[in-house]
Design a protein around this ligand. Structure first.
Ligand code: AMP
Length: 534
């Protein structure tokens, strides 16, 4: 845990060295509207809005939210698919000093209810339906027993289309050092941790990253994966593109066919995605003509392990530079240098984007290890958080007294200062870049009638990085994977967290200290798989 004295000293340092400015997101958008005026900022299907229109719509939306009773300091859960509305809503809240909690479209009742309760959110903004799922139905359950109101995306759109008050939202006392947004952590505990990012740190992060990637007024960025995710929102993402005067094209369903069509139609120059999506896009791109993809210069890939074959296929079929990035919603971003030979990119996550980022690789006692030696990666810097949102327990575990955040990632640093991430030290399953916490699933599965013990493990998989296996001890009849998935869906668990396999066991093997022996469970799974038994 970091003392208030050290936090203040760190903040003073980032202000003094010019990383943190006094500009808020609301003010930054006003400046961009003055600078770029009628230049296109966002494209969402047939809808195109300029920087000036974005700014005006944000004022309209802020006035609308004010009438709905939102005031500075309030929290609102925002769960919107990629759309212009997401960027109007979030920037309106930034301008008002209302803090959005960025839920992802894949989150379900369990996660959303937790966010609402944790933050005492006043509003939950959601689509009625999206990609066949009825968010409206789920929303009613999420707000029961709370003061939170539902507000549908359509209602906001209708209000903004009408003659809504577009006068400038009055100056208020939102400070650049206030929390702008709460991001959702992959975390390692059953309760999702919320990550407070301030205006100053998040804007610095996005602009620094955009500069490293070489974004400018000619950049056309494709938001391929959910835009409420840190990677797409501001790493460098939509915010980095806007701060550079470029244009963002929003992919609605995130499918590989839509992504390729948009790259070709909109002449996209940069995009970012997780390795599993890159793999599908690269495979599909082999059928496209090289000249149709010629606008694309860079793909940023991160969030999970990148396999050399995927990188090679992507560079060959998409005819562009692939740069690997490492990112956490808690802060640090690294990227492979632009001139790094391709064959080195798959196994390396590169160097930090800011000269003020600090990375140490430490042993179990917290002592720094030498170059090329494995240890836990710990980080500190101008856009790495110093605490979670209202979660002292998590702070005690995650932050050292000297201000470093423990990532839980196993890594080494080479002679050139490049990091190489190779798995997790703390428990977390990374499936296609989605972070799954075994403890969260275990607590739900324990509620299934007839299961007396459970342990959830990750199974290495060539396509997705990991798959999820629920190792269960049934009392009576053995549950199968479909029954268990259905049960978990009913309990409001997000689809991406559902187990791919169930392994029935007479008992869970334990380590010497009495914890579930997950290595042994993996071995048992692999033995059974050889015999086609799971
Ligand atoms: P999130 O906070 O959801 O963005 O997830 C951050 C975590 O994703 C990191 O702590 C890593 O475990 C993992 N991660 C991010 N980028 C990479 C990468 N390039 N290679 C391997 N793992 C990564």
């Amino acid at each position: 845990m970091i003392s208030e004295k050290l936090k203040k000293a760190m903040r003073d340092k980032y202000i003094a060295n010019g990383c943190w400015s006094t500009e808020t997101f609301g003010k930054a958008l006003g400046r961009l509207a003055d600078t770029y005026g009628d230049k296109t900022a966002l494209k969402d299907g047939d809808l195109t809005i300029s920087y000036r229109e974005w700014d005006t719509l944000v004022n309209k939306c802020a006035n609308y939210f004010e009438e709905k009773g939102l005031v500075q300091g309030d929290k609102a859960v925002v769960q919107l698919p990629n759309s212009v509305t997401l960027f109007i809503v979030s920037f309106a809240m930034f301008r008002m000093g209302v803090v959005p909690v960025f839920a992802l479209p894949a989150h379900r009742e369990r996660e959303i209810s937790t966010f609402i309760h944790q933050t005492r959110a006043k509003l939950y903004i959601l689509p009625k339906t999206h990609l066949g799922f009825s968010y409206g139905e789920m929303g009613k359950n999420c707000i029961s027993d709370t003061d939170c109101q539902l507000l549908f995306e359509d209602e906001i759109r209708e209000s903004l289309n009408g003659e809504y008050n577009a006068t400038e939202y009055p100056e208020n006392n939102v400070s650049a050092y206030d929390t702008a947004v709460l991001l959702v952590s992959g975390g390692t505990t059953a309760i999702p941790k919320l990550i407070p990012r301030s205006h100053a740190d998040y804007l610095y992060d996005a602009k620094t990253f955009a500069d490293v990637v070489g974004m400018n007024k000619t950049t056309i960025f494709l938001a391929a994966i959910p835009a409420a995710h840190n990677f797409t929102f501001a790493n460098p993402g939509v915010v980095g593109t806007a701060l550079s005067g470029g244009c963002t094209v929003l992919s609605r369903n995130g499918g590989a066919d839509e992504i390729l069509d948009l790259i070709m139609e909109e002449k996209v120059t940069v995009t970012s995605m997780v390795p599993s999506l890159l793999n599908v896009c690269a495979e599909m791109a082999q059928w496209e003509e090289e000249e149709d993809l010629e606008s694309l210069s860079t793909i940023l890939v991160g969030g999970a392990v990148l396999l050399p074959d995927v990188l090679k296929t992507a560079e060959t079929n998409l005819h562009c530079k692939v740069r690997q990035v490492f990112g956490t919603a808690e802060g640090l971003n690294t990227i492979t240098p632009v001139d790094m030979p391709s064959e080195q990119v798959a196994g390396c996550q590169g160097v930090p984007i800011s000269e003020y980022d600090e990375i140490l690789i430490v042993d179990e006692e917290g002592k720094e290890v030498g170059r090329n030696e494995y240890g836990e990666m710990i980080i500190r810097g101008p856009y790495t958080i110093m605490n979670y949102y209202e979660n002292e327990e998590a702070d005690k575990e995650a932050f050292r007294a000297d201000g470093f955040y423990r990532t839980g990632d196993k890594a080494f640093m080479d002679e050139d200062g490049c990091i190489h991430v190779c798995g997790r030290i703390r428990e977390q399953i990374n499936k296609s870049g989605e972070k799954i916490i075994p403890a969260e699933l275990e607590s739900v599965i324990k509620e299934y009638e007839g299961i007396c013990d459970v342990s959830v493990i990750g199974i290495p998989d060539a396509n997705t990085g990991y798959k999820i296996c629920a190792c269960v001890v049934p009392e009576g009849q053995e549950p199968d994977v479909l029954e268990l998935r259905e049960f978990m869906l009913d309990k409001g668990v997000a689809v991406y967290k559902l187990p791919d396999h169930v392994m029935n066991l007479p008992k869970i093997p334990l380590t010497a200290v009495g914890k579930p022996d997950k290595n042994e469970l993996l071995k048992m799974f692999q033995e059974r798989q050889k015999m086609a038994y799971v």
